[in-house]
Ligand binder design. Structure first.
Ligand SMILES: [Zn+2]
Length: 200
């Protein structure tokens, strides 16, 4: 244990995903030894990121303006939506080049342990996008772990009466992991081999 600002810094860093106490300590002392100009730049982007980065009003992907670049791209198909948990999953799927439709970012997954229910996700907004019948297929590309499966099952049930094709990414993805950790080839294959879980 350290005192004052050093300990505060270690604690804050330790709250970041994937940073354990040991790493937090290592990063803190690395920062302490850094050039003041480098630290100032880091502090500046940390403050700016919340102000400048927005979420797309339609799909909730990260966006610089009102809509993200995928929603603005007129060459993409309007009749298929791929549902993912986080904006980073959009990046992972885009890397595969297997998908040319639109996205919907839920903002997480159903997790009773963490107190995240369907109302905490952007499911209402998804249903609103499907209301006019222009979308014919929904691909459920939530993570291949317990929360992701629970979310996909919930959505498949919710979408069942709407008469859409509903598909889920094929198995073969590393179970228990995050979509973003799958390599492009594996994720691309899971996309191609997606299985129908509802609809005509
Ligand atoms: Zn968008």
């Amino acid at each position: 244990m350290y005192e004052g600002p050093v300990q505060d810094l270690i604690e804050e860093l330790g709250r970041l995903p994937g940073v354990g106490p040991k790493s937090a300590q290592r990063i803190a002392f690395h920062l302490l030894a850094s050039d003041p100009a480098d630290l100032a730049r880091l502090a500046h982007v940390l403050i700016e990121v919340k102000d400048k980065v927005r979420f797309c009003a339609l799909c909730f992907n990260v966006a610089e303006g009102e809509r993200c670049r995928i929603c603005l791209d007129s060459r993409r198909a309007d009749d298929v939506i791929c549902v993912v948990e986080e904006p980073k999953d959009v990046v992972a799927i885009e890397r595969t080049r297997e998908f040319r439709g639109r996205y919907h970012v839920l903002g997480g997954a159903i997790s009773p342990i963490e107190g995240v229910g369907p109302d905490d996700l952007r499911i209402r907004e998804l249903m609103a996008r499907l209301a006019d019948g222009a979308v014919l297929e929904v691909i459920l590309a939530t993570d291949p772990n317990t929360e992701g499966e629970a979310t996909a099952t919930y959505l498949a049930r919710l979408l069942a009466p709407m008469g859409l094709r509903v598909s889920r990414l094929a198995s073969g993805l590393p179970v228990g992991g995050d979509l973003e950790y799958a390599d492009e080839v594996t994720l691309g294959r899971a996309f191609e081999g997606r299985r129908l879980v509802g609809g005509p």
